[in-house]
Design a protein around this ligand. Structure first.
Ligand code: A2P
Length: 268
């Protein structure tokens, strides 16, 4: 029982889920989102990632993807970059509804509510596709049970790259269930670095200048009431982590909750 034959020419390795693509939406020539069916037995915590691949090879290439949908959703959503010669995304960007996607069974990750101490306000700092785990968390009622205020920052090079996040927040505010929790408590703070935009600059610079806090009408970050979650490139993680540590926050983990957590936005 090493392999199952799902469709002609398609190998499904043992020990992984083979799910069906239900929806694909392209935002730019570099960014798209897609949804797949959810296995009945699959459980995850909002903010976790999972390994996904395509069944087109004898030895599929797997890459880590943050789950962008909340844990109550009956489907699973991912938000992805398209890398021209990326071993997975080169093929993944061509998927269409009805295609098969492989997903390893065990989700994991540190961008979870359990790894944070309670607090008043949680900042979710993202760049590029680093918004994906927060797309899950801002749609999870538990986030609003744990924190009074949720601040989602999303920095991209170009305006077009903000579209996924803007659509996400708009749909969320209109959602009959989570919308009621999020309204007035979720603040979305998009910034752009290489196009003219109302708020320009890296989030680290906007914190250093105080503009972020002035725009939001909140005090500067302090360990007593503020918590942070960070997802972006290695350089962005390093610089944002340094700033949060400068404010006195301490990095946490599943084993030892703290005042901020970090995860790399996986790109290849
Ligand atoms: P910038 O245009 O100034 O490089 P990337 O595609 O390189 O991951 O960048 C996504 C966004 O993250 C860009 O707006 C980029 O700004 C910003 N960024 C890149 N490096 C850092 C960093 N070290 N700290 C904060 N933001 C960063």
């Amino acid at each position: 029982q090493a392999t199952l034959q799902a469709a002609a020419g398609t190998h499904i390795p043992a020990g992984v889920y083979a799910e069906t693509v239900t929806e694909v939406q392209h935002y730019t020539d570099r960014l798209f989102r897609f949804r797949i069916t959810r296995p009945g037995a699959f459980r995850f915590r909002s903010g976790e990632f999972v390994m996904i691949g395509l069944p087109n090879a004898e030895r599929p290439v797997y890459r880590a993807y943050s789950i962008a949908s909340p844990s109550w959703d009956e489907e699973i959503e991912f938000y992805s970059i398209k890398v021209p010669d990326g071993p997975l995304t080169e093929h993944l960007q061509k998927i269409r509804p009805g295609d098969t996607l492989l997903m390893r069974k065990k989700p994991t990750g540190t961008l979870v509510l359990d790894a944070l101490l309670p607090g008043k306000r949680v900042y979710m700092f993202s760049t590029g596709t680093g918004i994906a785990p927060f797309a899950s968390l801002i749609r999870d009622p538990e986030t609003y049970e744990k924190f009074d205020e949720v601040i989602l920052t999303h920095t991209c090079r170009e305006i077009a790259e903000l579209a996924y996040g803007q659509e996400l927040v708009k749909n969320l505010m209109e959602d009959p269930l989570v919308g009621d929790l999020a309204r007035g408590r979720l603040r979305h703070y998009p910034t752009v670095t290489r196009d003219p935009f109302p708020v320009m600059g890296r989030i680290t610079d906007l914190m250093a200048s105080g503009r972020l806090f002035a725009d939001l009408g909140v005090p500067p970050i302090a360990p007593g009431e503020d918590r942070g979650m960070i997802c972006g490139s290695m350089a962005m993680l390093r610089d944002t982590r340094d700033m949060l540590e400068g404010y006195g926050l301490v990095e946490g983990s599943n084993a030892q909750p703290g005042s901020f957590v970090v995860e790399r936005a996986f790109v290849d």
